[in-house]
Design a protein around this ligand. Structure first.
Ligand code: ATP
Ligand code: GCO
Length: 186
């Protein structure tokens, strides 16, 4: 999906929301997040780059993170979102946001409304992706703990589900079109 897929970037209204692309490891947050940032001609924050080194080492060693590990990381991501509050447009963030309480931290960190883009795939698809990708710190062995920790967004949260076992590009395009068409108060 590129900015000119729907229209040249300059021809659309500035993104009025912050978009957080969420999902377990291997779900495609970095890939989809970069594509959405391109579509809306805005900044993309790769949440994984904001992990304390100890978190990366812990995951690379095959140990799942806990709430205490994730809190400083989520606050760092929240600070980046807050820094963009006075900019002319929202930003796109890739952050697993596995628990509702994590999503609450991100929602509270910014004045802009947050829409979570939930990348939702089958175990088989996710496992295959993690097994075939190279040079990433996250071992495939942690997929089950990611899925066990995941609290799916609920209807009272502002989110758009992307079915990874469907036509991902088409679903992302439709999601971007829906976001672009949404009134800010909506
Ligand atoms: N739409 C897609 N179709 C097929 N493969 C994809 C798609 N998007 C991403 N992938 C592949 O899935 C793997 C994970 O993608 P990506 O790194 O974007 O996920 P992630 O959620 O950011 O992962 P992590 O959270 O572990 O960093 C990569 O090998 C990537 O090439
Ligand atoms: O919440 C978590 O357990 C972590 O954020 C992981 O999801 C990693 O950030 C990322 O997915 C790397 O694979």
């Amino acid at each position: 999906m590129t900015a000119d897929a729907a229209s040249p970037a300059g021809a659309q209204e500035p993104l009025a929301f912050n978009l957080v692309v969420m999902g377990v490891s291997g779900s495609g947050k970095s890939t989809a997040g970069a594509a959405l940032a391109d579509r809306f001609d805005t900044d993309f924050i790769e949440g994984d780059q904001l992990h304390p080194a100890a978190n990366v080492a812990k995951m690379a060693a095959g140990t799942p993170l806990d709430d205490n590990d994730r809190l400083p990381w989520l606050k760092a991501i929240g600070r980046r979102m807050a820094e963009a509050d006075d900019a002319a447009k929202g930003i796109v963030v890739a952050c697993s946001s596995l628990k509702r309480s994590y999503r609450d931290i991100l929602r509270a960190a910014t004045r802009r409304p947050v829409i979570f883009i939930f990348l939702d795939g089958s175990h088989a698809l996710l496992k295959e992706r993690m097994l075939t990708r190279t040079s990433h710190f996250m071992p495939p062995s942690l997929l089950d703990s990611q899925l066990a920790t995941l609290e799916r967004p609920t209807e009272d949260e502002d989110f758009i589900r992307i079915d990874l076992d469907g036509d991902i590009d088409a679903e992302l395009e439709a999601a971007a079109d829906a976001i672009a068409a949404r009134p800010l108060a909506g």
